[in-house]
Every structure is written in C-alpha cells, then in structure tokens.
Ligand binder design. Structure first.
Ligand SMILES: [Mg+2]
Length: 267
C-alpha cells in the first residue's frame, strides 16, 4: 500500500513561530516537530512575508526543521530545497516576471526613480519581485505618482500601501499584479504533486485569508483574531468549504498540530 503524499503549507509569524517565546509555546513547537518527523509522507512548506535569510533565522530560533519549500516575500518568491540549500524555482520566477509586465524589481526601482519624500526600505526587505518603500508621513500623497510612473514603464502591479502609526511613516509595497500568498500555494500544489485534499494551509491573519479559501484544507490557529475567524466562518459557508476549514482551540504550533490530527495528516 502506498501512503498518499501530503503537504503542510504554513505561515510562520503568529502561526508556527509563536509571538511569545515562553516555555509552553516552545514546547508545543517541539511536539509538532516530533509529529512531523514521524510522518515522512508529509512535505513541508513555509509561507511567509519574510525574506529567505530572515525566514531561515526565524525557524532556527524556535527549532523548526528545514522545509521542502520556502515561499518568501509575501508570495513573490518560491524556493525549493536542494540538500541544505534553497534554490529559486525557475518556473515561478518566469511567472512573476510575466505578472509584473515583463519586469523585475530592479526595473521597477528604475521606473519609479527618485521621488522626494519616498525612500527604499532596508535591503533585506527587497526581493527580486518585490520593491518596498517608506514614505515621509502618510502614504496617500505618493501613491498616484508612483502608480503613474509604473504605468508609463508598462509595469503591471499590485500596489499595497499602508500607514505605520508607530514610526509615523507610510509603507508602499510594489508586487506583481494579482500575486499574494495564495498564488504561491497554488504553484506548490502543482509542483509538489499532491491531491487538492492532501494540501493543508495553516495561518493566523488577513494575508493568509485567500490561501485558506482556495479550496484546500485549512487550519486557523486559535490565536487568529476574532474578526478573521468570523469572516472565514461566513465565507467558508458561502463557498461550501466548511468541511475543509478547521478552527483550532490551541494557539500557534499547538493549533497546527491539532488541525493536522483533525484531518488525519499525522497520528
Ligand atoms: Mg502570520
């Protein structure tokens, strides 16, 4: 009898990586890791907003194992494990370039050029297909001119802008059009060769929402905020996905393990 291959695709911060590093949370990470090790048919993918190097640091800090796949930079990069190293997936890079209108991050930077009041974020926040800026004060006054310059260069983008009240500056992310975590999870599904019902996505926040409603199985960890849980409960009902989504009692890794057991992915 062959054991069907399964895939756990999970967010890191606030899902597998606890926001509080107390003994209980870290013990629950260790329990999950033991269950994963005992299940060799289960492939593992981490899906994060972090850059690859910061994602590797994050998993090492809490003792999570190396995955088969990393999805980084909010779904704009996919890396496949080769030994102890991670290599960018060439097919996905092509897909990102096409979604960006044939451009890459360097072209996008050049198209935006110098603009008074905006400055590039730190290098570790940039990626091949993601360009991130800070704005002086609120972001709204800058969005139209950034968009106009990108349009003129033929870029196709998803412009995500927000305001950080702590630092009192705006944040602008330029991503390829239509790209977010769910896009990368669909790619993993195709590449990993698992059936739709054998892929489970775990997450805790709004940027996991689309991936959780993509028709795969989903685990919502206990610490996810109440508004997101209510929204997912309603949306999953409307889309007839209620059997596919599991609301865990436990927070963080403990919640992921609870969900994996619920779906029969681990013992
Ligand atoms: Mg998260």
């Amino acid at each position: 009898m062959t054991i069907p291959r399964t895939l756990l695709a999970s967010d890191l911060d606030g899902t597998l990586i606890p926001l509080e590093r107390d003994t209980k949370s870290l013990r629950e990470v260790a329990e999950l890791v033991a269950a994963l090790k005992a299940t060799p048919s289960l492939q593992l993918a981490y899906v994060t907003g972090r850059h690859l190097s910061l994602a590797e640091e994050g998993i090492a800090e809490v003792g999570l194992p190396l995955p088969d796949w990393f999805v980084c930079d909010v779904g704009t990069s996919v890396y496949r494990r080769s030994g102890d190293r991670f290599e960018a997936d060439p097919t996905y890079r092509e897909q990102m370039r096409a979604a960006f209108g044939g451009l890459c991050g360097t072209d996008v930077r050049a198209a935006i050029g110098d603009l008074r009041g905006i400055v590039l974020q730190e290098e570790e926040k940039q990626a091949e297909f993601k360009v991130s800026y800070y704005t002086e004060g609120r972001h709204e006054p800058f969005v139209d001119v950034v968009r106009a310059r990108l349009d003129a260069a033929g870029a196709k983008v998803n412009l995500v802008a927000s305001f950080d009240p702590v630092s009192e500056r705006g944040l602008i992310d330029v991503l390829p059009a239509g790209v977010a975590k769910d896009c990368a999870v669909r790619h993993l599904h195709d590449r990993a060769g698992v059936a739709e019902d054998h892929l489970v996505y775990a997450g805790d926040s709004g940027n996991d929402r689309a991936a959780m409603l993509s028709g795969y199985r989903a685990i919502v960890v206990g610490n996810a905020d109440a508004a997101l849980k209510a929204d997912l409960a309603l949306q999953s009902q409307e889309r007839a996905l209620t059997d596919k989504i599991y609301f865990a009692e436990h927070p963080y890794a403990g919640g992921v393990l609870e969900g994996l057991r619920h779906f029969g992915f681990v013992k």
